[in-house]
Design a protein around this ligand. Structure first.
Ligand code: FAD
Ligand code: DHB
Length: 391
């Protein structure tokens, strides 16, 4: 089978699905190709916090109905260290907020909108490959339900995540990356959150965080070594560590049934370009951040917000936004890289090496500076709630 479309989107994660909805508002036709099944993409538990700009974009695209009803708007976060918990009030500092709404819910809303619009999405596509990205007619080929499919497009957009095929299709691509000596053990627990807003805690034993998905479901994280085996963390051990790292006098952490448990490694990664010929990259296909600061999903949303408008401008006869997309997206991304690395370094315990105790005490000094300085808090608030898109 052979298909002709304007934009071939590879990957139906949040970036690919959202780009499709943006293109719909401009009447630009496209086809989406996804390696996994719809059920699989709906079941992935990942990020949980939306920047204000992400919320505003989803609302503008008509995807805000359930988000408004079920999302939990938070005016700040708690920073905890040395047994003290301090509130950073973003709303008071800079008049901006964030919203707790799981990536799973965003993907569910987007998938429903695509189903209603009758979008052509090829799920369970095998052997997806790109060809001719340096030509006028780039192609995406794959097998779907036993049939060979060829898509001929004007442009290909790689929203196929970190392990996708699009980024490796760019010849001699330079990349920049950094690993961290820790990972996050994350659990979902069926229990009302014990806090009204997220708690980011540095404890002598390491980082811990109390987040949530709803008023009935808590999301909790613990710093663990990168090679940790999840089987070594029975529920009792997890709760014990959470009580110890998150505990402050006069506060209790309520326990509930753990329904999901996983370990996520941490990495920083940036591709040196987000465009090659007629291939554009967006989201995790181009860059990864460690999760501290909740930037992965929000960066993917920011990329496609910029790219969708750039593509629309291109079809209206203005090629400049498309040719500057990579530069603008990378400029925002490097600021996000810095913020995520800064939050990660400030809040995790690196107990390797001789300077471990020195580093921990310096981190406590930095955290105390943040909670005592309104300037530092404004900077954190501005970055956490989301930097503007370079439109
Ligand atoms: P993805 O969500 O990865 O979507 C890419 C899609 O492309 C997938 O559906 C994939 O199946 C598909 N695909 C891959 N290869 C191919 C192919 N060859 N052909 C066709 N389709 C393909 N961020 C946070 O901010 N906070 C968190 O707590 C957090 N937790 C995370 C936990 C995990 C385990 C992971 C992996 C990521 C987490 N992130 C978190 C990051 C965040 O989820 C991502 O930044 C976000 O999913 C990026 O969206 P995306 O659409 O760019 O990529
Ligand atoms: C969540 C994840 C993050 O990385 C973060 O910084 C805050 C919250 C979450 O999954 O809820």
């Amino acid at each position: 089978m052979s298909i002709r479309t304007r934009i071939a989107i590879v990957g139906a994660g949040p970036a690919g699905l959202l780009l499709g909805r943006i293109l719909d508002t401009h009447g630009i036709d496209y086809v989406i190709v996804e390696r996994k099944s719809l059920e699989y993409t709906l079941g992935r538990i990942r990020a949980g916090i939306l920047e204000q700009g992400s919320v505003e974009l989803l609302e503008r695209l008509g995807l805000g109905e359930r988000l408004r009803r079920e999302g939990l708007e938070h005016r700040g976060i708690y920073l905890q260290f040395a047994g003290e918990r301090h509130h950073i009030d973003f709303e008071k500092l800079i008049g901006r907020t964030v919203t707790v709404y799981g990536q799973q819910e965003v993907v569910k809303d987007l998938s429903r909108a695509h189903q209603a619009a009758g979008t052509a999405i090829y799920y369970e596509a095998e052997d997806v490959a790109l060809d001719g990205i340096e030509s006028e007619r780039p192609r995406v080929t794959f097998r779907c339900r036993g049939e060979d499919v060829l898509i001929e497009a004007d442009y290909v957009v790689g929203t196929d995540g970190f392990h996708g095929v699009c980024r490796p299709s760019i010849p001699d691509l330079e990349v920049y990356d950094r690993e961290y000596p820790f990972a996050w053990l994350g659990v979902l627990a069926s229990v009302r959150p014990s806090t009204d807003e997220l708690i980011y805690a540095l404890h002598a034993d390491g980082f811990a965080m109390h987040s949530m998905r709803s008023m009935e479901v808590s999301r909790l994280y613990l710093q663990v070594p990168p090679d940790e085996n999840i089987d070594d963390w029975p529920d009792d051990r997890i709760w014990e560590a959470l009580h110890r790292r998150l505990g402050v006098p006069g506060w209790t952490l309520d326990e509930g049934e753990i329904t999901d448990k996983s370990i996520t490694p941490m990495r920083s990664f940036v591709a040196s370009t987000m465009q090659h010929g007629r291939l554009f990259l967006a989201g995790d296909a181009a860059h990864i951040v460690p999760p501290t600061g909740a930037k992965g999903l929000n960066s993917a949303i920011a990329d496609v917000a910029m790219l969708g408008e750039a593509i629309a401008a291109g079809y209206r006869g203005n090629p400049e936004p498309m040719s500057s997309y990579s530069r603008r997206a990378l400029s925002r991304q490097w600021k996000t890289q810095y913020f995520s690395r800064w939050m990660t370094a400030m809040l995790h315990r690196d107990d390797r090496g001789d300077s471990s105790e020195y580093d921990y005490l310096a981190q406590l000094g930095q955290l105390r500076y943040v909670v005592e300085s309104e300037f530092a808090q404004c900077s954190l608030a501005e970055q956490y709630t989301g930097l503007p898109y370079g439109l």
